[in-house]
Design a protein around this ligand. Structure first.
Ligand SMILES: [Zn+2]
Length: 238
């Protein structure tokens, strides 16, 4: 039994490494994806800002056209103004021209505002684009690193699996199937647990539960596979 237990402990140690590497292989792409989605959000934001920018430009062009039309109207009114005969007519023209001038002035203000916004957004967009560009490079680097790391981990994993197979070949198949059954049912994948004896309190290190003396004696006899009455793990005393 001693020999078999030793082999199970060896398998357990390899299994712990296999679990760890497998976890890393799953975790790395997830971590990368999280990183990437922050970037994708920024790219989306950039597109939205570009849309707003286009909107501002379109509005400015419309207002410039409108302003031009009003200016033409003012010019035409001023021309006609010189041809009027009566004072009343003259005043009416003046009023109309004044109204158009007010409208023109409001549109000019609005155009100025749009020009300012345009400049501001252009400047912000430049900074934003530079940020995105540098992050894009960063992501490419990170992706390459991740792929390389996963390849390395897979290589190590393969080696551990080979080591495991080699040990398993030499373990009694009944004992090994008990080990496998427990391992698959444990969240932590730990199927064999050391028992801390007397001075340390007779505790199963798998579940931290105290153990009766007769159990300790049974384990010490080493002629059968003993499982923890609480957690079911295979027990051994070093
Ligand atoms: Zn236990």
């Amino acid at each position: 039994m001693d020999e078999e237990i030793k082999k199970l402990v060896e398998i357990q140690n390899v299994d712990i490494k296999i679990m760890d590497i497998t976890q890393q292989i799953v975790f790395l792409p997830e971590e990368f994806q999280n990183f990437k989605s922050v970037f994708e959000k920024k790219e989306k934001e950039k597109k939205e800002k570009e849309k707003i920018h286009t909107g501002i430009k379109v509005e400015r062009r419309q207002q410039e056209t409108e302003l031009k039309a009003i200016e033409d109207q003012i010019a035409s009114l001023q021309k006609k103004q010189n041809e009027v005969k009566t004072n009343k007519e003259y005043t009416a023209f003046l009023d109309e021209i004044e109204n158009f001038k007010k409208k023109a002035s409001a549109i000019e203000d609005s155009i100025l505002n749009l020009m300012e916004s345009d400049e501001k957004i252009t400047e912000q967009g430049k900074i934003f684009s530079e940020e995105i560009e540098s992050e894009k490079k960063n992501i490419e680097i990170k992706e390459k690193e991740m792929i390389k790391k996963i390849a390395e981990l897979n290589k190590i994993l393969k080696e551990y699996n080979k080591t495991r197979e080699d040990i398993v070949k030499n373990v009694n198949s009944k004992i090994f199937s008990v080990y496998e059954e427990i391992r698959k049912n444990k969240k932590d994948g730990i199927a064999i647990a050391k028992v801390l004896t007397e001075n340390n309190g007779n505790v199963c290190t798998g579940c931290n539960v105290y153990m009766a003396r007769y159990m300790i004696e049974k384990i010490r006899k080493r002629n059968e596979l003993i499982q923890c009455e609480n957690c079911g793990r295979i027990l051994y005393i070093e």
